[in-house]
Design a binder for this molecule. Structure first.
Ligand code: BDR
Ligand code: CA
Length: 306
């Protein structure tokens, strides 16, 4: 059985790797890709999503729609220092990578979700498009099986000492998503900083095949050094790994509140004592991961690609 998913993304080098895994796995049916401002501006994240979809010859099967150019309230700050000026430095995809569809991301999300009984949303950028979708079309919520979202942390941030980048980018959108009532799996820094792609794994990609060369080029230009000399965090790829191998994760059911102002803006606060929400929970929070299996899985996947 295949899992129908929609990816909402801001490629971004780790987003590109996540798209690569989703596009090529027969157990996943990627229905739509929507782009959002995040790592770089939305014109660039849209172009980058198209580059990956077209690299795998899927331009006529997987539509790409452009989404929000700005967070809901907070001013936009990119992460080009991590992902390069284009957001996907390190590989030449040429100039011929197609165009986004004429619909906005919100419209495309609405139409694609309503066409299914059940679909999984996989956001790997800020949650602006999802918040706008829920505000305009609340009826989509009952068609979403779950949201498997990269972002947040219950153990400190990577953007500030408290906030992870995707939630920091648009905390107001994150709050809307966490308060939506849709089941959420939080794939945050608590696991993505453990599942580091080691240098040994990266080296193996280089000579594997065309996809390996493409990923090697991108990942070699990826300036996320938060893993130190242990390896590089492939944050967004963990969402697809979770979908395919939930047994590789340890999770805890918790209530997540999002801080939307002050010095801890963008922090995701877990109600670990069950003190503020009558013991209710709104998220399955990933707290541990089998990092060795992640590396093995990553290489095995790419080995089967073009
Ligand atoms: C997240 O921030 C972005 O730079 C990455 O693509 C990932 O989605 C990690 O904090
Ligand atoms: Ca991302």
């Amino acid at each position: 059985m295949t899992t129908k998913i929609i990816m909402d993304t801001d490629p971004g080098i780790d987003d590109a790797a996540a798209l690569t895994m989703a596009i090529n796995n027969p157990a996943i049916d990627l229905k739509l890709v929507t782009a959002v401002a995040g790592n770089v501006t939305v014109d660039k994240t849209t172009a980058n999503a198209l580059k990956i979809v077209n690299f795998f010859g899927k331009g006529d099967q997987i539509p790409v729609a452009a989404g929000a150019a700005e967070p809901l309230i907070k001013p936009f700050e990119d992460a080009a220092r991590i992902h390069g000026e284009s957001g996907m430095e390190g590989y030449d995809f040429g100039d011929n990578y197609g165009h986004p569809i004429a619909k906005t991301a919100v419209q495309a999300l609405h139409d694609a979700i309503m066409a299914e009984d059940e679909v999984t949303l996989v956001p790997t950028g800020s949650y602006t498009n999802i918040a706008l979708l829920f505000k305009e079309y609340p009826e989509v919520k009952s068609h979403i099986k779950q949201i498997v979202a990269m972002g947040g942390s219950i153990s400190g941030g990577n953007m500030t000492s408290a906030a992870e980048f995707n939630v920091f980018t648009d905390p107001d959108a994150a709050r809307i998503m966490y308060e939506s009532g849709v089941p959420i799996v939080m794939v945050g820094l608590d696991v993505t900083l453990k599942a580091l792609l080691t240098d040994a794994s990266l080296k193996q990609l280089k000579d594997m095949n065309e996809t390996g060369q493409m990923l090697y080029g991108l990942i070699s230009h990826y300036n996320d050094v938060s893993g130190g000399d242990q390896g590089r965090p492939m944050h967004d790829v963990n969402t697809i790994f979770y979908l395919l191998h939930p047994e590789a994760f340890t999770t805890k059911d918790l209530w997540i509140d999002v801080q939307t102002d002050g010095p801890a803006i963008g922090a995701t606060i877990a109600d670990v004592r069950g003190a503020y929400h009558d013991g209710k929970t709104n998220a399955k929070v990933c707290v541990d991961i089998d990092a060795e299996f992640f590396n093995k899985w990553f290489l095995d996947q790419v080995a089967q690609m073009k």
